[in-house]
Design a protein around this ligand. Structure first.
Ligand code: PRP
Length: 183
């Protein structure tokens, strides 16, 4: 069993706990304003978005439903395999509902594009996409989200739900890991 340490592998802290909390509060406020008078169905894309989802939902001052879905597009490496698979669907009938798809990070955009198409076909009233991070990959035509916490450079980030080969999800901050860890 390999045990990694943040002291060894983290190049620098990109967003502190305090910065994250403050930005999550802003996003929650923005979502509440957009969805005023509705009862949104908040959908967490496991596993990376779990901390962001929990923090976001508890900052939203409105009635809402919460559910969890699981999608896999990555193996244990640092780059996307490109193939999106739905591992666990929502238990709700989404027809006529205002859906909020919550992601931790948009990289290639393939996952969010897949999910938007999947749920759009079930006739929801609306779909709002939100991601805490959006990676600037420099690729033209990349699918985006409606609301984003931060756009970041094309570096490998971990923490606050984001992992590298299942390590570092539980870091309370978001950090950039040293390239030598995954090269
Ligand atoms: C990550 C992340 C997003 C997706 C983004 O999930 O949580 O769902 O990749 O990448 P994309 O924009 O290139 O599609 P991952 O498959 O690593 O699973 P995890 O959340 O369980 O770590």
């Amino acid at each position: 069993m390999l045990i990694r340490t943040a002291e060894q592998d983290i190049k620098y802290v990109l967003f502190t706990e305090e910065q994250i909390a403050s930005r999550v509060s802003e996003l929650a406020k923005e979502l509440c304003a957009r969805l005023e008078g509705k009862r949104p169905l908040m959908i967490c894309v496991l596993r990376g978005a779990s901390f962001f989802f929990a923090d976001l939902c508890r900052k939203m001052t409105m009635d809402l439903d919460m559910d969890f879905i699981a999608v896999s597009s990555y193996g244990s490496g640092a780059t996307s395999s490109g193939a999106v698979r739905l591992l666990k669907d929502t238990r709700y009938d989404v027809e006529g509902r205002d859906l909020v798809l919550v992601e931790d990070i948009i990289d290639s955009g393939l996952t969010i594009q897949y999910l938007k198409r999947l749920y759009a076909a079930r006739n929801p009233a609306s779909i709002t996409t939100v991601s805490f991070l959006d990676k600037d990959t420099g690729k033209p035509g990349k699918p985006g989200v409606d609301l984003c916490g931060y756009t970041i450079a094309n570096e490998f980030v971990v923490g606050y739900g984001l992992d590298y080969a299942d390590h570092y999800r539980n870091l309370p901050y978001i950090g950039v890991i040293k390239p030598e860890c995954y090269q």
